[in-house]
Every structure is written in structure tokens, then in C-alpha cells.
Write a protein that binds this ligand. Structure first.
Ligand SMILES: NC(=O)c1ccc[n+]([C@@H]2O[C@H](COP(=O)([O-])OP(=O)(O)OC[C@H]3O[C@@H](n4cnc5c(N)ncnc54)[C@H](OP(=O)(O)O)[C@@H]3O)[C@@H](O)[C@H]2O)c1
Length: 212
């Protein structure tokens, strides 16, 4: 598969490296062409512009801060349809000081991205920090990491599910884009717990106990 990545930071590096390793052709794009080229050289991908990343292949990973994403996509012609029907993987966490969602009580990030761009947005990979995505495979004692996916388009969900499996993880479709805001809020909550030194795993009973 050909995958365009918007961003050259931690998430672009973590996921892009895995997908190159899995045999995909990955184009990295950032506001610094030098950083994009360095990342491409190191991982075995190619470097390009944001415009090229959007039109490169079957999927586009949005690996920018949410605060920068809408402006960047608008500058690319999102409102004129430049991303219409593209499979856009949204891994952003719009989390501000105090671990509060900067999207407030309004539509969440994924919903807003879909409404703004007309892209087939799938929320994915936002719920864990990049060091986990760098593991080969991302797995712990309980087994491979499950990756919750939210999206409204079956084909887009299957495309992203395949990319999840390529990491050695297990895709878990948890609903449409109307559920993505819950995943975003859950992640903000998790980030807050981790930063305060609490282990969220201790909050949860075994599955059988919760569903008895
Ligand atoms: N890192 C994690 O553990 C993690 C986990 C899950 C989700 N996420 C989410 O994934 C996204 C990327 O996170 P990251 O950790 O990869 O961030 P990062 O390492 O800080 O990289 C951010 C990327 O966005 C670019 N960027 C920043 N501001 C920009 C602007 N105004 N216009 C255009 N490009 C801009 C940066 O370019 P420069 O290099 O030129 O600054 C860089 O390429 C975020 O939405 C984050 O919430 C992160």
C-alpha cells in the first residue's frame, strides 16, 4: 500500500517505520523538507510535500498537532475538496493544559476533520504513546495491543485495520465517528492518569467480572 504521512515527528516516525518494515511505500511530508528527507532516508521511505502526501496513495496519516491540522489541511485545499473521500487516519489528541480536550463540548477532532475535509476519517492510534507503537510488535504479557478504530466508512475501516495488523496489533472497530469523541475523551483521561502516576489498568476488572 502507498501511505502519505503529514508530519515528521514522533508518531510519523513510529508508525511510518513500522509500515515501511511491513513492505509499504511511505511518503513523509513536513513543514521542514530537511526533516522529511532525514526521516525518509532513515526509514526507507520517500520524502515529499504535504500536497504529495495527500495524493500519494491509499491512506493519509495525519500526524500533526490538532491545533495545526485544520489550518494545514485548509491550506491544502481541504474546503475545495482536496481530501474528499481520501482515507484520513486521525491519530491526534486535542488535549490542552489540565488534560482537557481543546475541542470542548463541541464536535470532537475526528468529526470536525471529516466535516471540514469530506475525507473518510478513521480515528486510530491516538490512545497510546509513540514508544508503544515503536515496539515490534506492540505487545505485552496479555498479548498484542488492541487498537480501537472509529469511522463511518467500511472500506476505510478495513484499510486501517489492515495497517493495524501490519504492526502486529489487533484492530477493534468500536463504532462510527460519533463514537470517536468518546475515544478522544477516554484518551485525555488516560493521559491525565499516566501523568499523575496512576496505572489505569488497576481501575479495570477482568472482562468476565465486568460482564457476569
Ligand atoms: N507522541 C505521542 O505519544 C502521541 C500518541 C498518540 C497521538 N499523538 C498525536 O499525534 C500527533 C503528532 O504527535 P507527535 O508526538 O508526532 O508530535 P511531534 O513529535 O511534536 O511532531 C509534530 C509534527 O507536526 C509538525 N507541526 C507542528 N506544528 C505545525 C504547524 N503549525 N504547521 C505544520 N506542521 C506542524 C511538526 O513539524 P516541525 O518538526 O517542523 O516542528 C512535526 O512534524 C498529535 O496530534 C498528537 O496529539 C501523539
Amino acid at each position: 500500500m502507498r501511505i502519505g504521512i503529514l508530519g515528521t515527528g514522533n508518531m510519523a516516525d513510529a508508525l511510518g517505520t513500522q509500515w515501511v518494515r511491513a513492505g509499504h511505500r511511505v511518503l513523509f511530508a513536513g513543514r521542514s523538507p530537511d526533516r522529511a528527507r532525514a526521516l525518509a532516508d532513515r526509514t526507507g521511505g520517500v520524502a515529499g510535500t504535504f500536497e504529495e502526501a495527500v495524493s500519494f496513495g491509499a491512506a493519509v496519516l495525519l500526524a500533526l498537532p490538532y491545533a495545526a491540522a485544520l489550518d494545514t489541511l485548509t491550506a491544502l485545499g481541504a474546503e475545495e475538496g482536496a481530501l474528499r473521500d481520501r482515507v484520513l487516519i486521525d491519530c491526534t489528541n486535542a488535549v490542552g493544559p489540565g488534560f482537557v480536550l481543546t475541542t470542548g463540548d463541541g464536535p470532537g477532532a475526528a468529526r470536525t476533520l471529516a466535516d471540514t475535509t469530506g475525507a473518510r476519517v478513521v480515528k486510530a492510534f491516538n490512545h497510546l504513546p509513540d514508544p508503544v507503537w515503536r515496539l515490534t510488535p506492540p505487545a505485552f504479557a496479555d498479548g498484542p495491543v488492541a487498537v480501537p478504530l472509529c469511522g463511518d466508512d467500511e472500506e476505510a475501516l478495513e484499510t486501517v485495520a489492515a495497517l493495524v495488523r501490519d504492526l502486529g496489533c489487533v484492530p477493534m472497530v468500536v463504532g462510527g465517528l460519533d463514537r470517536a469523541a468518546y475515544l478522544e475523551a477516554t484518551t485525555a483521561f488516560l493521559i491525565g492518569l499516566w501523568h499523575c502516576g496512576h496505572d489505569p489498568r488497576t481501575l479495570l476488572p477482568p472482562f468476565e467480572a465486568a460482564t457476569a
